[in-house]
Write a protein that binds this ligand. Structure first.
Ligand SMILES: *[C@@H]1O[C@H](CO)[C@@H](O)[C@H](O)[C@H]1NC(C)=O
Ligand SMILES: *[C@@H]1O[C@H](CO)[C@@H](O)[C@H](O)[C@H]1NC(C)=O
Length: 181
C-alpha cells in the first residue's frame, strides 16, 4: 500500500538529474584540490592606545574579561610570517571572540585572516570554533576562504609563542592545514 503511494518521477526530470550530475562531476574535475600549509603569528596588544583586541560587550554589572562568560572582544590583530615583533605584516586577524563557557575557559572565535602581502593580497581564510584559552595547543576549523583560498576546508592550531603580561602583549603561533581550489 505504501509503495503505491510513492509518486513516480516523470522520465524527463530523471534525465535532467542525471545530466546535472554529469555536468557537476566534469566541472569538479577541472579544478584540482590543493593542500596548503601556513605558519602565521598573531601579534596582539591587549591594552593601550594601539590595542588590537578590545572588549565590546559583556554581562551587565560584571567585569568584562577573558575569563568572564559572555564577554565579547573585537580584534584586528597584526599577522606576520615570522615571530619577531618588527616582522613585516602579511595580514590582519579581523573578527571576534566571545567567552562561551560558563567557567571562563573556552572562547568562541569567528575570525577572518585578511591577507595584505603580495602573494595572497585580499584573499581570506575563515576560522571558526572553540578557542581553548588555557591549553598549550587549541584547534579550530578552517570553514571557508576567498580568492586564492576558495572552498577552503581544514584546521588551524594555535599556541602561545610569547607573552608579556606587563605590557599585555602576546604573540600566538598558528599552523594552518587546508585543502582548497
Ligand atoms: C602606537 O602606535 C603609534 C603609531 O605606530 C606609535 O607611534 C606609538 O608609539 C604606539 N604607542 C604605543 C603605546 O605602543
Ligand atoms: C593589494 O591590493 C590593493 C587593492 O588592489 C592594492 O592597492 C595594494 O597595493 C595591494 N598590495 C600588495 C602588497 O600588492
Amino acid at each position: 500500500m505504501a509503495q503505491n503511494s510513492i509518486p513516480k518521477l516523470p522520465k524527463i526530470s530523471l534525465f535532467f538529474l542525471a545530466f546535472s550530475a554529469i555536468t557537476f562531476i566534469t566541472k569538479a574535475k577541472q579544478h584540482e584540490l590543493k593542500e596548503t600549509k601556513l605558519t602565521l603569528y598573531f601579534q596582539d596588544s591587549l591594552a593601550g592606545p594601539n590595542a588590537t583586541v578590545i572588549p565590546v560587550g559583556g554581562t551587565f554589572g560584571q567585569l568584562w574579561s577573558f575569563t568572564s562568560f559572555g564577554t565579547v572582544y573585537a580584534s584586528d590583530d597584526l599577522i606576520t610570517a615570522s615571530p619577531e615583533r618588527n616582522a613585516p605584516q602579511v595580514g590582519r586577524g579581523q573578527g571576534l571572540y566571545m567567552i562561551s563557557e560558563k567557567n571562563g575557559q573556552n572562547a568562541y572565535m569567528a575570525m577572518s585572516i585578511v591577507f595584505t602581502n603580495k602573494e595572497y593580497n585580499r584573499s581570506t581564510i575563515e576560522l571558526q570554533g572553540v578557542y581553548e584559552q588555557f591549553v598549550p595547543v587549541t584547534e579550530l576549523s578552517v570553514v571557508s576562504g576567498t580568492r586564492k583560498f576558495r572552498f577552503a576546508r581544514g584546521f588551524a592550531q594555535f599556541g602561545t609563542y610569547f607573552l608579556d603580561t606587563t605590557t599585555a602583549f602576546t604573540i600566538t603561533w598558528c599552523n594552518i592545514t587546508m585543502f582548497h581550489y
